[in-house]
Design a protein around this ligand. Sequence first.
Ligand SMILES: NC(=O)c1ccc[n+]([C@@H]2O[C@H](COP(=O)([O-])OP(=O)(O)OC[C@H]3O[C@@H](n4cnc5c(N)ncnc54)[C@H](O)[C@@H]3O)[C@@H](O)[C@H]2O)c1
Length: 448
Amino acid sequence: MILKETPLPKLCGQLFHKIENRTARVGVIGLGYVGLPLADAFAAGGYSVLGFDIDQTKIEKLKRGESYIGHITSERITDLIRTNRFDAVCDPHCFANADVIIICVPTPLNDYREPDLSYIEQTGRTIRAHLRPGQLVILESTTYPGTTQDLLRPILEESGLKAGIDFFLAFAPEREDPGNAEFATRDIPKVVGGINTVSRDLTVALYEKVMSRVVRVSSTGIAEACKILENTYRAVNIALVNELKILFDAMGIDIWEVIEAARTKPFGFQAFHPGPGLGGHCIPIDPFYLTWVARKFGMSTRFIELAGEINTAMPRYVVQRVADALNEQGKAIKTSKIAVLGVAYKKNINDPRESPAFTILELLQERGAQVSYNDPHIPTLPHMRHHSIQLDSSPLTSDFLKAQDCVLIVTDHSAYDFSWIVKNSRLIVDTRNATSGCDVNGCKIWKA
Ligand SMILES: NC(=O)c1ccc[n+]([C@@H]2O[C@H](COP(=O)([O-])OP(=O)(O)OC[C@H]3O[C@@H](n4cnc5c(N)ncnc54)[C@H](O)[C@@H]3O)[C@@H](O)[C@H]2O)c1
């Protein structure tokens, strides 16, 4: 709901001016996969950017000019710091100096698969302690419709300042697609909704300086719902092709060839591809924010639940395919040497969050396999919230591949030479259709 407008406050005019002449100081809270590229985009757009994170190791790395995000180079960070366009800090006091504060903190699920909003709440309290008249606060973290108005706004207003009048508040969802070389942060249109018109217009003015296109919507709720719709659309469509993959396989039909044929239709069909299960911080998580809020309205989100059920079952299907493939060779999973190629949740990135590779490795270990893995982007398996597997990436040599009873392709990084992998392996289970077109050379390939 848009507030009834009061006369344009002087504070707002001052901030417009600063945004316009690029003297506004931009603060980014949460320097992860979203926050760091965003800070980079604002610095590139001529703004002075202050990054804040509670993770001391990240701040130290940035201060040393080191990047921890695959597609942002250390040279870039060094250059930004050297030219005083970017500084990284752990001290929240500095936010009193920022004119704009953008929140990019995590929004995971808790153990009961309910939204864990503690990061937004904590950040809200941190901002509140230093909030001053005339500042613009923008939430970018993905969340359920209503969060900016009903959760963040009351926390910030405990400062005694009134949202939309003393300070400005908006939601502008992040649509970053890490590893996608086609679309950098600034190339992805930015959707913006404010708690009132002035909040929205300030936010639009800001993003227009650094983004190729800004899409204004009528409220923060619309902007929040837009992002959840996008991610739910992906989750549901991926579930559809995952389910069809299993059916088509039983019918002796290759789903990847079917999709390639279907996508030649110039309208009404968008290609989604099956895989070993969902991964990443967004698609497996965000739709369940909507499921949770739907319950408050006495409703259920059956598509989301069903998609979750199908996608979550994929790692078990993959392991069953490995068992079948080994069985055909007179072997069992127990004691077999199985190497997983690729543990990042998708190709060409170093992000392992929610990756199905972890569940697959655990299921194989439970069945007594001797597992190993290779991932050029992830040298050691990090400790995850739900998984703790201690393994280092094995060098990908022909001797390593030849020693395996089965090579399981989970993530099809571009760094992999699949023809060479096929040439040096005895048995491959391929969850990504990565070996399509490779000369089989006596290697047995199963798709999964
Ligand atoms: N990763 C993606 O591809 C992607 C895409 C679109 C949207 N999003 C959304 O963006 C948000 C951030 O995701 P991300 O992938 O960047 O997460 P991330 O875990 O990579 O980064 C979040 C950062 O916030 C920091 N942090 C946590 N609490 C903090 C606090 N109180 N104060 C300051 N810093 C704090 C963490 O230390 C971390 O560095 C999430 O809501 C996510 O759903 C992510």
